[in-house]
Design a protein around this ligand. Structure first.
Ligand code: HH2
Length: 272
C-alpha cells in the first residue's frame, strides 16, 4: 500500500503531493514501482497534529480521487480518514477501501463501508493524535491491542460487513510507548503472528516512523533501512499489507524476504 498524503503537514511527505496533478503523478509512479493499493489521506494524524474538518479534508482528497479515476488507475484506492462523510464521498468517487485510524470512532463509518461495499481497515490507537504520545499506558501491549482489534472486528462483522472485507492494524506509533527502553512497536511486531493467527488480513504501517528514529537516531528522511527491517519482520510474521512511503525499495525487499524461510534460522538467532 503506497502512501499518498495530500496534506500540507504530514510528518514525512507533507506538502509534496498537494494538488491533483502532483498527486496523480506520484500515484502512477507508485503503481509502476509495484504498489497494489494507493492510500490517500487528507489529514495528518502524526503525534501533535491539529484535526482537519471533513469539508477541508474532502477539498483535498476528492479532486485527487477524480483525477485518478480520470486517468484510469488500475489498482484499488483506499481513503485514509476518520470521518464517515469523507469516506462516503471518496467511495462514491471510486475508492474501494476505508482506512480508519480512529478504529471506527465515528459510528456512521460502518454504514458508509456497508453502503459502499468497501474494505475496512480497523486500526488501533490509544487516545487522539493531538495527545496520544504524551502518556500511553499498557500492562501487556500486544494482548490489549490484539484483543481490542478482535472485538472491534467482530462488532463490525455483526453489523453486516463481510468478514473478508475487514483488515486489522495494530497502529504502530499511535499511542504506543517508544524511547526510554520501552518499545511497544517492536513488541507488537514480535507478537504479530498472534494477530495473524486470528485469520483476518493484517496491515502494518512502520514506514519512517518515530520509533525507528528513537532506536537509531535517524532523522525522518534517513529511516528507509529501519523501515525495510520492520517491513521484513511484518512479512515474516504474516502481514498481508504493508503501508509504505518507499514502494520500489519495499517491493524489492519483500520479494526477497518472501523467498526465505525464517523458521530455518530463527532458532539459531535466539541461541546466539
Ligand atoms: N499511519 C499513518 C497514517 N495512516 N493508517 C494505517 N492503517 N496504519 C498506519 O500505521 C498509519 C495509517 C501515519 O503515517 P503518515 O500517513 O505517513 O503520516 P501523517 O499521519 O503525518 O500524514
Amino acid at each position: 500500500m503506497g502512501i499518498l498524503n495530500v496534506t500540507p503537514d504530514s510528518f514525512s511527505d507533507g506538502g509534496r503531493h498537494v494538488g491533483a496533478d502532483a498527486a496523480t503523478k506520484r500515484a502512477l509512479a507508485m503503481v509502476d514501482e509495484g504498489a497494489d493499493v494507493i492510500d490517500i489521506g487528507g489529514e495528518s494524524t502524526r503525534p501533535g497534529a491539529e484535526p482537519v474538518q471533513p469539508d477541508e479534508e474532502q477539498r483535498r482528497v476528492l479532486p485527487v480521487m477524480e483525477a485518478l479515476m480520470a486517468v484510469g488507475i488500475e489498482i484499488p484506492i483506499s481513503v485514509d480518514t476518520r470521518h464517515a462523510e469523507t469516506a462516503a464521498a471518496a467511495l462514491a468517487a471510486g475508492a474501494q477501501i476505508i482506512n480508519d485510524v480512529s478504529g471506527l470512532k465515528d459510528p456512521a463509518m460502518v454504514e458508509a463501508a456497508r453502503n459502499g461495499r468497501a474494505g475496512l481497515v480497523i486500526m488501533h490507537m490509544q487516545g487522539e493524535p493531538g495527545t496520544m504520545q504524551e502518556a500511553p499506558s499498557y500492562d501487556d501491549v500486544a494482548e490489549e491491542v490484539f484483543t481490542w482489534l478482535n472485538e472491534r472486528a467482530l462488532l463490525v462483522e455483526a453489523a453486516g460487513i463481510l468478514p473478508d472485507s475487514v483488515i486489522v492494524d495494530p497502529g504502530l506509533g499511535f499511542g504506543k510507548r517508544t524511547g526510554g527502553g520501552v518499545e511497544d512497536n517492536c513488541r507488537l511486531l514480535d507478537r504479530l503472528p498472534e494477530l495473524v493467527s486470528h485469520g483476518r488480513p493484517v496491515l502494518v504501517g512502520a514506514s519512517r516512523k518515530r520509533f525507528i528514529g528513537n532506536l537509531t537516531g535517524a532523522g525522518v528522511g534517513q529511516r528507509l533501512p529501519g523501515s525495510l527491517a520492520a517491513a521484513l519482520a511484518a512479512t515474516w510474521a504474516g502481514a498481508a499489507i504493508l503501508r509504505v512511503h518507499d514502494v520500489a525499495e519495499t517491493v524489492q525487499a519483500v520479494r526477497l524476504a518472501s523467498r526465505l524461510d525464517p523458521a530455518d534460522w530463527a532458532t539459531a538467532w535466539h541461541a546466539r
